[in-house]
Design a protein around this ligand. Structure first.
Ligand SMILES: [Zn+2]
Length: 451
């Protein structure tokens, strides 16, 4: 083949590939052939010696699948550092809900861009975002323009006893959700998809929750994303209202299936665990957020032993305060060890949560989550040649990535076959402008805000 025939291709020569395929192959001296937005071939470098198309030489780097975070709030990125050291309900009432209420289009876009830039710098290529009650289009536009892959949806709330101004009628919540889904599901070259997002049981009427279940079942490819059983006060209130446990309520209202992603799931009884198992609902584990808000520690080893799919998310910047999958991986491993022993949550298993399990949670495991022929070209190149990585070698890649690496290790990020970050520089985003704009929009938002 001549160069012209290779014009939509890149041959990426790397030192090592941590594939996350079914055999969990870790390959050395290989190359990845990318054609348009998909992986066309993975083989030993010597098999490509007659290749005459574009070659990228990265033999000192390690290729991994892009990280997938399955619970985020891009609308909250501007509020980083403004809501520390509070428990969940105070955190929502006194800070987050008034701030979210004060958003306008510009501040929403600025908040989303700041979060997206941080995510990409940390090697995250796909997210599931909870959205906000208003200006959802700005979050979607920011994701679309940035090149990130995402399931998004506006937060739905037709009840709000904590902060009554932040809610809308059931019909408005449903109609705007349907309209956004029709407009944006599979938009931006299919990178953006829609997830209906009732915020949590207490923020929605019973009728709205039932309607969401019916909408998700009838809309091809739509997911359902909600918070569940994060806080003891929350589950006690649900018990009082419904006479049932939180997960039982979601099940009774038709909201549990393989298309459901439930953030947190910290306080579950045996019956609730078996309901998640039976319905194949997915758990998005957010260890930093759960520790910082003192919500508790979910029994993730038990969920995994029951065959429940668990993935990771940073939640929002004000309860973390980073959107960094390396931090979530390390904590996901460490917080279980004092409770379940040092052999619980080994590095390879945690790396699964951060990659292929995230893809399963989003029903995208045939498209992303591993580096395999036919999948979308969503990948991260890590530079593990640093003092804090020391002797990284073939037998310790999972350990090095989960326990030692940070965002500093991320050299390049490709999403949908396009470089978004290359040699630690953004290819398309103006980082300085994003940071400055975030500061300006936050100040204006605080001037509008009543707290
Ligand atoms: Zn959340």
């Amino acid at each position: 083949m001549n160069r012209e025939q290779h014009r939509n291709q890149i041959l990426l020569q790397v030192g090592t590939i941590v594939t996350m395929n079914a055999r969990r192959d870790v390959l050395s001296d290989c190359a990845i052939l990318i054609e348009e937005n998909r992986i066309k071939n993975i083989s030993l470098r010597k098999h490509f010696k007659n290749y005459s198309g574009k070659i990228i030489e990265a033999k000192h780097l390690v290729a991994i699948p892009g990280f997938i975070q399955t619970h985020l709030h891009l609308c909250q990125t501007l509020f980083r550092g403004l809501a520390d050291d509070l428990q969940l309900l105070d955190w929502l009432l006194k800070k987050i809900m008034p701030f979210e209420f004060a958003h306008n289009e510009k501040s929403m876009h600025a908040s989303a861009m700041l979060g997206i830039a941080e995510l990409i710098r940390g090697g995250t290529t796909t997210i599931l975002d909870m959205g906000s009650i208003s200006h959802e289009e700005e979050i979607i536009r920011a994701i679309g323009e940035s090149g990130l892959r995402a399931y998004v949806g506006k937060a739905m709330m037709d009840r709000n006893d904590l902060f009554p101004k932040l809610k809308e009628s059931r019909s408005d919540a449903l109609n705007s959700t349907r309209k956004l889904a029709e407009e944006f599901h599979n938009s931006f070259n299919e990178r953006v998809k829609y997830a209906a997002a009732p915020r949590f049981v207490l923020s929605c009427s019973e009728k709205l929750l039932r309607d969401v279940g019916e909408l998700v079942a009838s809309f091809d490819g739509m997911l359902m994303h909600t918070h569940a059983s994060e806080n003891k006060h929350e589950i006690a209130t649900v018990r009082q209202m419904y006479g049932k446990e939180n997960i039982e309520v979601l099940n009774a209202l038709g909201l549990l299936s393989e298309k459901s992603v439930l953030a947190h799931c910290i306080h579950l009884n045996e019956k609730e665990i078996s309901l998640l198992k039976k319905t194949k609902a997915n758990v998005a584990h957010c260890p930093s957020s759960n520790l910082k808000l003192a919500s508790g520690i979910a029994n993730i080893p038990k969920y995994l032993n029951n065959g429940i799919n668990v993935s990771l998310g940073a939640d929002g910047a004000p309860c973390n305060n980073n959107l960094n999958q390396f931090q979530e991986m390390k904590l996901a491993a460490l917080i279980q060890k004092p409770l379940h022993g040092s052999t619980s949550m080994p590095a390879e298993q945690v790396f699964e949560l951060a990659t292929i399990n995230g893809a399963k949670a989003l029903s995208l495991e045939k498209e992303i989550g591993s580096l395999e022929v036919g999948k979308k070209a969503d990948l991260v190149l890590l530079n593990l040649n640093n003092v804090w990585n020391g002797s990284a070698n073939f037998s310790s890649y999972y350990s090095n990535i989960v326990y030692s690496a940070t965002s500093e290790n991320v050299d390049s990020v490709m999403i949908d076959g396009k470089w978004i970050l290359r040699n630690r520089e953004f290819a398309t985003l103006d980082e300085e402008k994003i940071v400055d704009n975030g500061k300006q929009e936050l100040q204006k938002l605080l001037n509008r805000c009543e707290v």
